[in-house]
Each structure stands twice: as structure tokens, then as C-alpha cells.
Design a protein around this ligand. Structure first.
Ligand code: ADP
Ligand code: MG
Length: 701
């Protein structure tokens, strides 16, 4: 065992072709210290050099291609900056030009006209003729033919490494001398029963084929094996963390449903619950009755009715003698929640209040007293709720709305308000692809409200160019005449962005001119809160028909009579943001519309986003698309999650493997929570190794 691991721990310096100088750059640039580090440095793509093309087959659509033939007539053309080296490559089917703009002297010296070369590069068209610029060249010797056979891995590298001869090919040469030897010392990291069950390649094999693949099939198998392993240990860690927390952290037991809940349900409930709402209320209720602390993520598309679900569960907490708080990411939303709850609870013996950044000092003091003495049952609010001064008598349930705006640390601070942590329910409408949810919220239980209240019509979404603005205005006018209201949205990403503010203001002026018969107002983050609140209230009462706004209204705002949202410069918004904004309409049984306005010229990503919005209203589909377009790092909700340092898996593409890994991880822990069984010994060992390497896994969730 010792000698086995010590081989892989050999400093990389001692590898053939490395030496102290190259070792130094490998350390600095890539963090490669040992043989093992180099072995775990995987290619990021592969180029297919299996096939040789004939020159007459060359077309512009081809990606990189490989040709072979004789090079003739090398000559230097042009002067100074226009200077280039040109030569012809010919095989029995035709001739193609090769061009170099750099390294001209050196290449022209080494080129040997008349002998056979292997040429690799990307064809392009110049002056109506095909050429390849800066092709990779090898003389067509038997040894070189061997080297270019099959799939060639590409390694990422840096300028400094290249200076030391360690471009991708240079690194490949190192791997060629290391891999065949090193794989013999690699210890398997998955137990036999798992590799057999999923038909995964042994680690030794996978390591070999990831660097030196013998064909596409072997490469695919190697990738699947390594991705599974990576995701499996990730899931296993997360699940274990969850299990440990459940075992260690006690929670309040809400043992019964009492008068508060029942009275509300039987007398005050304004409409029957959807079956999805019922299902989720039950799930949460069960969870809060177990004696364990609940940590649950409630997902549900915009408008699916999560607020009511939260309220019903708060009532259960109250029935059991506890207080609740409902925390929102923006003041507008907090105020709106307060108003909604107040209306729903009218006539019920429940004390509720609100605390935000704008709560006056005197008022706040009174309020805090009422919380501490237990007079208040429910408090809604913003971040202000987190402050240490806010103390509860018996906080039993914390509901956090639109969770992606709150960091994990903030969640934790709410817990610390009691000796026994309250139950935590985080709600989000920001669609998260299932695979991502599993990865990022792997330690939370998840409930999904997967049904809309009855009678909702999907919002009709259209894409319009700004030169058709007058038609769009005409349409909005008709809707307002029919009694509806409209949002007109401007991008104001940074509230300090001056040109954006100018756009907003001039847009507002234009609207006032175009709709003289109706009342409009403008709302943005720079307005005083009281001013914003006044405007929102007027809009809610339909005393204002058109609200010209920025993304301050992005989440949660609920004015069911508004049936149109026009989003200006829609190309500047991300997909999930567009989806949230669209969720401001379609909140009643009337047909609603979302108009995405853009200039005629659009980048391809922006066009793809707009098309997705037009094609679907399904939040999950949109989130999957978002993940494909942007990659997981940029998705809302993932930034706070710390780095998920994935070496080989791609969450946007490897959804199936994520699920498999999750299932197997669950299976392992269900049977062998402490990892004591002989058949799981390898797992226990590998976990210990990973923990040592990575330090603190708890960053992840
Ligand atoms: P979200 O899930 O986006 O937070 P809300 O809780 O704001 O959604 O609910 C959206 C709208 O749907 C609100 O006007 C709410 O009163 C209404 N609603 C919620 N549940 C139902 C239901 N079961 N039947 C009819 N309307 C409902
Ligand atoms: Mg909501």
C-alpha cells in the first residue's frame, strides 16, 4: 500500500521530459505537484484525428480536418505587417494553400518541400479559395502516423507553459510517458457492486482512456465512469451532512392541528386549495411533526400560490404555541405579504406586523417588545428581521420567500435566534433545473407546487422589434380600455447607471404622451420607499393604469388585474429574470400578454433567450435552457453556493448521471449509514481521502 501510493506522490519533476524548471511552471500555473496531480489533469476536449480527408472534400463547414500530401513552393509574400508565408499542399485530388503569419522565418527554414506531411487545421475561404492558416505539421513518418492516430486529447495550458514547451501537445507527451505506468498504481475508488450494477469501467481503465482514448466508445465509457464517481461522492457528502444534521439537531414538534388552522381553513379560505397545494401543506406538516428540525425548499412556478401554503403552515405553528416570521428579499414584497396576510386573516384572532428598514425607531421598539413578550404571532419583513435586536419569545417557523436572494449565512442567523432552531421553509419561484437543485440544495428536502390555480391561462408571449412600437401601444390601449392594467419594464440593472435612468425617464415621458387619457407612474429603486409604496398602492387599486418600472417589481408583486407586461430592451435580461417578470401578469383568469421588445439586430444568445420565452411558459424548461446557455456558474441561486469544483462533470449535460449518482448514494446510506459494511469499505476510504484533500465540504450547500 505504501509503495503504491508513494509512486503517485512522486514529485512531477522526476518525470521524463520535466525537470526542475518545467516542474516549477506546472506547479505555479496548474497546481500540478505530483504524478497523481498530473494524472488527474484531464483533457477538456478531444479532436478526431482518425480520418484523413482528400483535398477535394474540403469545405467551409468542416471543423478541424487532417490532410496528407506534399508541400511545394513555399514563399514569403507582402511586407512588414502584411508579411506571410504561403505554400501549396497537394494530394492526388487537388491543391490547397497553407498560410502562416507568425514564426515565418523559423517555419520557412524547417519546411522540406517535396516530402509527405500530415497537415491538421481548420479550412477557411480567402479570395474564393480554400486555405488553412497555421496548420499543425508533422512529417509523415511511421512514428508520427502512430502519434496522430485516433482521438487526440486537448489540455488547457497557459502562455507561460507554452514558453516552456508545454502546449497541449507538450502536456500530451508527458501524459504518454506517465499514464501507462501510473495507472498500475491507481486504487479503485468505487466498490465492485456499484461498478457492476452500473456497468462502469474500472478506474485504471478510465484513467487510461481519458488521456489516451482507444476510440470514441472507450472515451465515452471513461468519461461516464469519472463523472459518476465525481457526482456520487458529491451527493454522498451532501446526504451525509443532512443525515448528521437530522440526527444532531433537534426540532420543535408541532403535534397537532388546532382551532386557528381549522377556523381559517373552514371559514376564511378564499378559494379551494389546488391539489398540489394540499399535497405540499401535508408534506410540510408531517415534517414539522417529527421532532426533527425541518429544512425544506418549496419550489413552485410564479403564481402557483406558495404564499397560501406558507400561511397554512404558519397557522399550524401558532396552534402549537409558536411564533412565525416571513422574510422577503425586497421591501415592496414584504409590504405586499403583510397586506395579503392581513386581508386573509381579517376577523381571526391573530396578531401580525411588519418590520423593514423604514420602520421608525419608536414603532420598532414597541414592535420588538411585542415580539419578545409573545404578543405577536406573525411578523413579516425584510433583512431587518435578521438583526440581533429582533428577539422572539418562541420562534417556531421561519419562512423565507424567494430564497435565492438570501445567503446560507443569513439562513443560519435566523436559526440562532433560539436554542432549538426553528423550522425553516425556503420558497423559490426561480426555476432551478432538477439536476441543479439536487446538487446545490442536496441537503434540503424539496416540495414542489406543480400545479397552477384553476382557470389560469398561460401568458401569451410575443417578440416585437422597436420599430413597431406604435402597434404595440395600440394593443395596450385596447387592453386598458377593457379595464386592464399594464407594466412597462426598463432595464436598470445598476441603479447607478445614468444612461439607464435616462432611458427610463424618457420612456416614461413617451408613455405619458402616448396615453394621455390614462394615469401612469414611474417607479425605481432610487425613489424613497414611502413614495414607491404609495405608487404600488395606487396601482393595486387601479388608480394608476400604467406602471413604468424597473426590476424593483421583479419578484412576488401581485396585482391580478394587470394583464400586460411590455419589457423594453428584453435582450438585456437573463432568462430567469424574464420569466420572473412575466410572472407579474397572468395572475387572474383573464388572458395576459408579455411583449418582449428588442432592436432588430440581436446576438445569437439573446435571440435564443427570446425564442425560449416565446415558446414556453414552463419554468423548468426555461431553467434547463438557461443552464445550457449560461452554464451553472451564472444561474441564480448558485453563486452563493461556493465553488462546486467539478473537474469533469457538466451539470448542464450530465443530468442523467447526477440522478444515478443520487439514487446510488441514497441506496448506500439507507443500508449502511455509517459505511461500516465490507462492501462499502472503499467508499469510506475514498471519503476520508477526499475530506483530507478538500477540507471543508460543508461549504457546498
Ligand atoms: P407565488 O407562488 O408566485 O408566490 P402567490 O402566492 O403570490 O404565488 O399566488 C398567486 C395568486 O394566486 C394570488 O393572487 C393568490 O391569491 C392566488 N391563489 C393562490 N392559491 C389559489 C387557489 N388555490 N385558487 C385560486 N387562486 C389562488
Ligand atoms: Mg410569491
Amino acid at each position: 500500500m505504501n509503495s503504491v501510493s508513494s509512486f503517485l506522490e512522486t514529485p512531477v519533476e522526476y518525470l521524463k521530459r520535466v525537470g526542475p524548471q518545467r516542474a516549477e511552471v506546472l506547479k505555479k500555473e496548474l497546481g500540478i505537484f505530483t504524478y497523481s496531480d498530473l494524472l488527474h489533469f484531464f483533457p477538456f476536449r478531444y479532436i478526431d484525428r482518425t480520418r484523413f480527408y482528400k483535398i477535394k472534400e474540403v469545405s467551409e463547414e468542416l471543423p478541424y480536418i487532417q490532410l496528407s500530401g506534399k508541400i511545394t513552393n513555399p514563399r514569403i509574400l507582402g511586407q512588414k505587417r502584411g508579411m506571410r508565408l504561403v505554400a501549396e499542399l497537394s494530394d492526388e485530388t487537388g491543391v490547397i494553400e497553407l498560410v502562416w503569419f507568425q514564426g515565418i522565418k523559423w517555419i520557412s527554414k524547417t519546411l522540406r518541400p517535396g516530402i509527405e506531411y500530415i497537415v491538421f487545421g481548420k479550412p477557411s475561404v480567402f479570395n474564393g479559395k480554400f486555405n488553412i492558416s497555421h496548420p499543425a505539421l508533422e512529417e509523415k513518418t511511421d512514428e508520427n502516423m502512430e502519434l496522430v492516430k485516433g482521438l487526440q486529447p486537448v489540455y488547457s495550458t497557459t502562455e507561460l507553459l507554452k514558453l516552456k514547451g508545454l502546449d497541449s501537445t507538450g502536456i500530451l507527451k508527458l501524459q504518454r510517458s506517465l499514464v501507462p505506468l501510473a495507472v498500475n498504481y491507481v486504487n479503485e475508488t468505487l466498490p465492485e457492486w456499484i461498478t457492476a450494477k452500473l456497468q462502469l469501467m474500472p478506474l485504471k481503465e478510465a484513467m487510461k482512456h481519458i488521456h489516451l482514448p482507444a476510440g470514441n466508445e472507450m472515451l465515452a465509457q471513461a468519461q461516464r465512469r469519472l463523472k459518476f464517481e465525481e457526482l456520487f461522492y458529491l451527493q454522498l457528502n451532501m446526504l451525509r451532512q443532512k443525515i448528521n444534521r437530522e440526527a444532531e439537531v433537534k426540532g420543535f414538534t408541532f403535534s397537532h392541528v388546532g382551532k386557528t388552522f381549522n377556523d381559517f381553513y373552514n371559514i376564511h379560505l378564499p378559494f379551494p386549495l389546488t391539489s398540489a397545494q394540499k399535497k405540499v401543506v401535508k408534506e410540510i406538516r408531517r415534517d414539522m411533526g417529527t421532532g426533527k428540525q425541518m429544512n425544506r425548499l418549496l419550489q413552485g412556478d410564479v403564481g402557483s400560490g406558495k404564499t397560501l401554503v406558507a400561511l397554512l403552515n404558519m397557522l399550524i405553528a401558532i396552534d402549537n404555541g409558536y411564533q412565525c416570521c416571513l422574510m422577503a428579499p425586497t421591501e415592496i414584497l414584504a409590504v405586499q405579504h403583510f397586506a395579503t396576510l392581513k386581508e386573509l386573516l381579517a376577523g381571526m384572532p391573530i396578531e401580525l406586523d411588519i418590520i423593514t428598514g423604514s420602520t421608525k425607531k419608536r414603532e420598532k421598539k414597541k414592535l420588538l417588545d411585542k415580539l419578545e413578550t409573545g404578543v405577536l404571532h406573525i411578523i413579516t419583513g425584510t433583512h431587518a428581521l435578521i438583526e440581533d435586536a429582533v428577539k422572539f419569545k418562541r420562534l417556531g417557523l421561519v419562512v423565507i420567500d424567494e430564497q435565492h436572494r438570501f445567503g446560507v449565512a443569513q439562513r443560519a442567523r435566523m436559526w440562532q435566534k433560539n436554542e432549538t432552531p426553528p423550522h425553516v421553509l425556503v420558497m423559490t419561484a426561480t426555476p432551478i433545473p432538477r439536476t441543479l437543485a439536487m446538487t446545490f440544495y442536496g441537503d434540503l428536502d424539496v416540495s414542489v407546487v406543480d400545479e397552477m390555480p384553476p382557470g389560469r391561462k398561460p401568458v401569451k408571449t410575443v417578440h416585437s422589434y422597436d420599430n413597431r412600437r406604435s402597434e404595440v401601444y395600440g394593443f395596450i390601449k385596447k387592453e386598458i380600455e377593457a379595464g386592464r392594467q399594464a407594466y412597462i419594464l426598463y432595464p436598470l440593472i445598476e441603479e447607478s447607471e445614468k444612461s439607464d435612468l435616462e432611458d427610463l425617464v424618457s420612456g416614461f415621458e413617451e408613455i405619458q404622451k402616448a396615453f394621455p387619457a390614462y394615469r401612469s407612474a414611474m417607479i425605481h429603486g432610487r425613489l424613497k420607499f414611502a413614495e414607491r409604496e404609495k405608487i404600488m398602492n395606487l396601482f393595486a387599486k387601479n388608480e394608476i393604469q400604467i406602471l413604468v418600472a424597473t426590476t424593483v417589481i421583479e419578484v412576488g408583486v401581485n396585482v391580478p388585474n394587470a394583464s400586460i407586461i411590455l419589457i423594453e430592451s428584453a435582450q438585456r435580461f437573463g432568462l430567469s429574470q424574464l420569466h420572473q417578470l412575466r410572472g407579474r401578469v397572468g395572475r387572474s383568469s383573464c388572458q395576459s400578454y408579455c411583449i418582449l421588445m428588442t432592436p432588430y439586430k440581436l446576438g445569437s444568445d439573446a435571440r435564443a433567450r427570446i425564442q425560449t420565452m416565446v415558446q414556453t411558459t414552463d419554468g423548468f424548461e426555461i431553467s434547463e435552457q438557461d443552464l445550457k446557455l449560461r452554464g451553472p456558474g451564472d444561474l441564480a441561486g448558485t453563486q452563493q453556493s461556493g465553488v462546486l469544483d467539478l473537474k469533469i462533470s457538466d451539470l448542464a449535460r450530465d443530468g442523467i448521471i447526477v440522478k444515478q449518482a443520487r439514487i446510488i448514494a441514497e441506496e448506500v446510506l439507507a443500508e449502511d449509514r455509517e459505511l461500516r459494511l465490507g462492501k462499502n469499505k472503499i467508499i469510506a476510504l475514498q471519503l476520508a481521502r477526499l475530506e483530507k484533500e478538500k477540507g471543508n465540504w460543508s461549504r457546498i450547500s
